[in-house]
Design a binder for this molecule. Structure first.
Ligand code: HEC
Length: 382
């Protein structure tokens, strides 16, 4: 009998734009996805694994349970269908076409700052947080519209935070600080790109310090991480501040499968909420941001479930959201300290705040835009 398969066979030519849009930010040389998926010969051996990963929605990684986010990378049903059909018909190449480089690859940066000396990360023992001054001094105010932390040795850089250290301001190596945060890196994070007309400020005379958490990887390596910045030519209409609601005062009982803690803060002024970035450690299970408006209305802004320590993502709102002065922002974390959590380093331990991954942290970072040139201190004072 003649085949009735009249529909055109799906080839790599049809799949390639999907990979470009959704996968190549990580799956190309120098990025965190282990194998590049840029060309046909690179993608072909992975065809079945690709189908499996997109059908199960393990790839691309995303953990927001609801809400509408500008950086939501998930595939549409049609895209998943196309990949599935491609693999079903033997993953043919089809007519060849040039690779369209991903937008992130083509960005121009104004300044690259690299750690002056390498840090030796031992094979096994976990280092304390490192605090490294980046070799830059700014004679005049700078307005940062995009920033990217580029780990030197990706396998060991667990996360990094770049602080703006104002002239004369000390920066504690540990614990919370009032210093402004310029950039946060965790695996899977694309570069920070702020909306048109918004920027973060590096005041004249300030220095930049990078706090890095390294995790050993079984092999001693040296790391020199870099920071890349793009500047606005003139002061923007709005300044972006990275704020955080955190708790250092909690105890998770041994074996407890669903321990919950909340912390909250009240906004002293109106602000426009742009994005949210939750941070927990290995026992983290879920994380939620809740808004309590001055009139008492309660709304969940973000629920990350399951929380995955190995995928710390920033969730950028599709539509920035005005937070009225007097609004309360509450963050809630859930942890699994039971033996059923395969990542649990020690279910017999009572766990409290600490920087090493065997302890826990609970931080809800969030970016807000404020009018003009209001500093973090002024925002909280007025
Ligand atoms: C945010 C970065 C990122 C994006 C985006 C991403 N990947 Fe991955 N991918 C990874 C990393 C890192 C690994 C290896 C670690 C792991 O398995 O968790 C991986 C592993 C894989 C694997 C190996 C098998 C598996 O499932 O673990 C496949 C296949 C894969 N990715 C396909 C894709 C496809 C197809 C897309 C786009 C639809 C995609 N990935 C998007 C980072 C990413």
């Amino acid at each position: 009998m003649m085949s009735l398969a009249l529909a055109a066979v799906v080839t790599f030519r049809d799949i390639q734009p999907i990979l470009e849009r959704r996968c190549l930010s990580c799956h190309r040389a120098g990025e965190i996805g282990r194998m590049p998926l840029v060309t046909y010969s690179q993608a072909r051996p992975w065809a079945k694994a690709i189908r499996e990963a997109v059908l199960s929605r393990r790839m691309p990684p995303w953990f927001a349970a609801s809400g509408s986010f500008a950086n939501d990378p998930r595939l549409t049903a049609a895209e998943i269908g196309a990949i599935s059909d491609w693999v079903a018909s033997g993953a043919p190449e089809g007519e060849r076409r040039g690779v369209v480089p991903s937008p992130a690859a083509g960005r121009e940066w104004d300044l690259t700052l690299t750690m002056p000396k390498p840090v030796l990360v031992p094979a096994r023992e976990e280092l304390e947080y490192q605090l490294v001054d980046l070799p830059a001094s700014f004679a005049e105010d700078r307005w940062v519209t995009a920033a990217e932390v580029r780990p030197g040795a990706r396998g060991v850089v667990h996360h990094a935070v770049v602080y703006v250290r104002e002239a004369g301001q000390p920066l504690p190596r540990h614990g919370p600080t009032k210093a402004d945060i310029l950039a946060v890196y965790a695996p899977g994070q694309p570069p920070m790109t702020l909306p048109e007309g918004m920027a973060k400020k590096i005041p004249a005379g300030a220095a930049l310090a990078m706090q890095i958490h390294y995790t050993p990887n079984g092999k001693a390596v040296e790391d020199r991480t870099s920071l890349r910045l793009a500047f606005a030519p003139k002061p923007p209409a709005r300044r972006v501040l990275t704020l955080q609601i955190a708790s250092t005062d909690f105890r998770i009982p041994p074996g407890e499968p669903n321990h919950r803690e909340s912390a909250s803060g009240t906004l002293p002024n109106d602000a426009l909420l742009l994005s949210m970035f939750p941070h927990l450690h290995l026992r983290g299970k879920a994380f939620e941001y809740t808004l309590v408006e001055p009139g008492g209305r309660v709304e969940t802004l973000l629920r990350v479930a399951p929380y995955d320590f190995y995928w710390q993502l920033n969730y950028v709102l599709a539509r920035p959201r005005t937070l009225l002065k007097g609004s309360r922002l509450r963050v809630t974390a859930w942890w699994d300290n039971s033996p059923n959590n395969p990542r649990n380093p020690d279910p017999l331990a009572e766990v409290s705040y600490g920087e090493p991954s065997k302890d826990e942290m609970m931080v809800g970072f969030f970016d807000v835009a404020v009018e003009g040139d209001v500093s973090k201190e002024e925002f909280f004072r007025r």
